[in-house]
Ligand binder design. Structure first.
Ligand code: ATP
Ligand code: MG
Length: 778
């Protein structure tokens, strides 16, 4: 037997060794689905399938690269190079470039990112004189995106009274017109947005049978990872391409379907057997990733969902430690707990930073974590959020580069026509837009023809516009003979961008210049990589495509010994020895916006299942009793998902009884009038007395530094640091960082358990644990 096949268990070998025909592998997290897909590709090649004939679709480009790397180590580099592997978007963007003319697009079409799309929609809404508080640009884009992912074109929209009625009911009767304008403007600008890459591929395959036949013949073997999260548009592409040979292998886990909000359709997995003849169905049951405690805890959660396929997941791994649950008073404190725990685990077990991940429901939660990690000098990397390529200064440079490749690109043009300032004002830009709409041309074309189109501009303005056109054209000439790095470097200097940034000597201003340098480095790396592969010049257009489709996970920084911070959505498919799932609170996770229906709640629960199953060795669940959300301090209750885990898999690091006098721990909406104190009494786990950890007193690392009074009688150290809590008396008036001024009513408990009951002027009566509370006696 081939050596790599023997590294699979029997259940994994079966789908790996079935060469032909449609098949589906349904299996729980960590059971080796991705591994099967990888090995299957190597096996197909060993059976004489040409690597050109294999297409593998993955969730991130990084996953595709890793797979390719693995396959290369088995079959050799030169063979692996020809495999078509990547995300739906990156693969079909490439195909669309070959075939663009059939759809009336230039082959150098621009890919608009979400920011570009929102900006274009905003200007359409403005031009149509609509109220942007009703027609919220992001929401409008969301609607358009869902139409496109369901293959509802503008024409189909106008033929569908129900959709129009639904939009009219939500006070947006002119959605259709906006949609139409948006599609038109993208077309005129030679641009496609992310959803277009799928929609237009469908259009291409539907309208041109010979094109469909060509790609059916090319992709004789198709493999799809994370099939549960494909949307309708993606489903149809896979369906069409695999129709002739029916050699299609999809792997997925219905319990990990977490993108319904973006149109993913779980029915794709449920209906697969109906779509093809003689489908082989495989199940994998053994989890190799996680400890027994984690696997069984995850099973106990997903059991609560009603809509699911029956699956068994077990592991031969050790029991491992229980899942640790920690409560803190505030989000800042939650951050401190996570950072100090990482620090301690690292020290005790001599682990690298990259063994840890912090996962959260929303990007906004990263800030408290970042603050705490920084204070502990723990290096980290945030995935998602505002990515490098979304920063203003980077987008400015990229906009110049985009104009060189596709001067019709309207969003790029609007961005840079007057940046750095050239004295081209809004009125002029508006005149150009109107003329462009009138003549059905791009703005750049209008600017090229100012001698023939009279825009009633004064000669100074006209000259400025013509200078701009000449400048872009001069860049195009350079692009024909030089590589992308040379051009980008030239552009940053020639346009005055760098000089402009140098005017700002603040740290932020300097960071912007460094970012541009980083971008130039990135371009250089890219072209060197390209040269290695095919000796190419390092084409700018390819770099731009890479950037447009890069997800944050795709970037390799070289320096990867960092704690990973990301949303749970982004963590799909990944694994880490230690995982912290933070913000385990009602209204945050499950999210307040996803609790209206059972199916929404079940999707949140699947999200929790995904989060927990990322952990190999140890999972932590943390929650705070209050946190800042939307600029306000909000009280919170522990997430119902904690309650849903079978208790024997959990260890409570903090007792559950304290600090709850003024706050029900259980969501009253769900439990009605149940006696909450009884529910709470079921914890902590019998036989395991609650344990305390002191996370505000660093143990191994730095001593607590206190400000020394300055020579000559400087300010005294703050009373918090100096004041032993034991001196606090009922009757004292205190000041709290967040709650403001209050009066101490009562003191109780001793040692780490010592609490004060304080009546705050604004927040009312609160009980605070003194070892955490930052109080100043006034
Ligand atoms: P997810 O649902 O999270 O995407 P998955 O089903 O794709 O998980 P993999 O990522 O392929 O699972 O595998 C999980 C881990 O188990 C990986 O580290 C993988 O290398 C390991 N693994 C899988 N199968 C085996 C095996 N037969 N022997 C040893 N290790 C294995
Ligand atoms: Mg996987």
């Amino acid at each position: 037997m081939l050596k790599y096949i023997s590294q699979l268990n029997d259940a994994q070998q079966a789908p790996t060794l079935q060469k032909d025909g449609p098949m589906i592998v349904i299996a729980g997290a960590g059971s080796g689905k991705t591994r099967v897909l990888t090995m299957r590709i190597a096996y197909l090649m060993s059976q004489g399938v040409d690597s050109f004939n294999i297409l593998a679709l993955t969730f991130t480009n990084k996953a595709a690269r890793e797979m390719k790397h693995r396959i290369a180590s088995i079959v050799g580099n030169s063979e692996a190079k020809n495999l078509w592997m990547g995300t739906f978007h990156s693969i079909f963007a490439k195909i669309l470039r070959f075939e663009a003319d059939k759809l009336g697009f230039p082959s150098n079409f621009t890919i608009y990112d979400t920011q570009d799309s929102v900006r274009l929609i905003s200007s359409i809404i403005k031009e149509m004189q609509l109220d942007k508080d009703i027609y919220k640009p992001k929401q409008v884009l969301g609607r358009i995106s869902s139409y496109k992912n369901s293959l509802i074109t503008v024409k189909a929209y106008y033929n569908n009274p129900e959709l129009q009625e639904a939009d009219a009911m939500s006070k947006k009767p002119r959605m259709g017109e906006i949609y139409e304008q948006y599609v038109l403007r993208c077309f005129k600008a030679g641009a496609m947005d992310f959803d277009d890459l799928l929609l237009r591929t469908n259009e291409l395959l539907n309208m041109y049978p010979e094109v469909l036949a060509k790609y059916q013949d090319r992709f004789r073997y198709i493999l799809v990872d994370e099939y549960q999260d494909t949307n309708h548009s993606q489903y149809l592409i896979v369906r069409a391409l695999s129709d002739k040979f029916q050699n299609i292998c999809v792997v997925g886990d219905d319990a990990q379907s977490i993108y319904a909000f973006r149109g993913a359709n779980i029915n794709n997995i449920l209906n697969f057997q109906k779509d093809y003849d003689n489908v082989q169905m495989y199940r994998l049951e053994q989890n190799y990733r996680s400890t027994k405690n984690i696997v069984e805890a995850a099973n106990s959660i997903i059991d609560k969902n009603k809509v699911k396929l029956d699956k068994v997941v077990w592991t031969a791994n050790d029991d491992g430690p229980r899942i640790k649950v920690h409560r803190s008073l505030t989000d800042a404190e939650e951050g401190r707990f996570v950072a100090s725990t990482i620090f301690e685990e690292k020290m005790q077990k001599q682990l690298g930073n990259n063994k840890f991940a912090i996962l959260y429901r929303t990007n906004a939660q990263s800030r408290a974590m970042e603050d705490a990690l920084r204070k502990r000098d723990i290096p980290y990397r945030i995935y998602g959020g505002l990515s490098f390529y979304q920063r203003k200064e980077i987008k400015d440079v990229l906009a110049y580069l985009r104009m060189v490749i596709n001067p019709k690109d309207e969003e790029a043009l609007v961005r840079i026509i007057n940046f750095p300032a050239r004295g081209i004002g809004d009125t002029t830009i508006e005149k150009i837009t109107v003329a462009a709409n009138h003549y059905g041309r791009s703005m750049f074309e209008v600017m090229e023809n100012l001698d023939r189109i009279d825009l009633k501009l004064n000669s100074g303005t006209k000259n400025k516009l013509q200078d701009f056109v000449t400048m872009i054209k001069s860049f195009q000439v350079i692009n024909e003979s030089q590589d992308a790095f040379y051009l980008a470097d030239h552009i940053t200097k020639k346009t005055g961008l760098i000089q402009e940034l140098k005017k700002d000597a603040t740290p932020e201003g300097i960071a912007r210049i460094e970012n541009i340098e980083e971008l130039l480095n990135g371009i250089r790396d890219f072209i060197e990589g390209q040269r290695e592969v095919d000796g190419a010049r390092g084409a700018l257009s390819e770099f731009l495509e890479d950037v447009a489709l890069a997800t944050d996970l795709d970037k390799d920084t070289g320096d990867d010994d960092r704690v990973a911070l990301m949303t749970i959505h982004l963590a799909k498919g990944l694994e880490f020895p230690y995982v912290f799932i933070v913000g385990m609170e009602e209204d945050l996770f499950p999210s307040a916006m996803s609790m209206n229906t059972r199916s929404e709640l079940e999707e949140e629960r699947r999200l929790f299942y995904v989060a927990l199953t990322r952990a190999e060795h140890q999972a932590y669940l943390t929650y705070a009793q209050s946190r800042y959300r939307w600029g306000k301090l909000v009280d919170s209750e522990p997430s119902r998902f904690i309650e849903e885990i079978t208790e024997s898999f959990i260890e409570y690091l903090t007792p559950t009884e304290t600090n709850y006098r003024y706050k029900p721990m259980i969501n009253t909406d769900i439990f009605g009038d149940v006696d909450k104190s009884k529910l709470r009494q079921t914890k902590p786990v019998a036989g395991t007395p609650p344990k305390w950890v002191t996370d505000n007193e660093p143990k191994h690392d730095m001593p607590i530094r206190r400000l020394k009074p300055m020579a000559g009688g400087g300010p005294a150290p703050s009373s918090t640091a100096a004041m032993p809590d034991s001196k606090l008396q009922p009757g004292n008036v205190v000041m709290h960082e967040r709650f403001g001024k209050g009066k101490v009513l009562n003191i109780e408990g001793a040692g780490p358990d010592r609490k004060a009951e304080i009546h705050f002027e604004v927040g009312g009566i609160k009980k605070l644990l003194l070892r955490f509370a930052k109080l100043d006696v006034i």
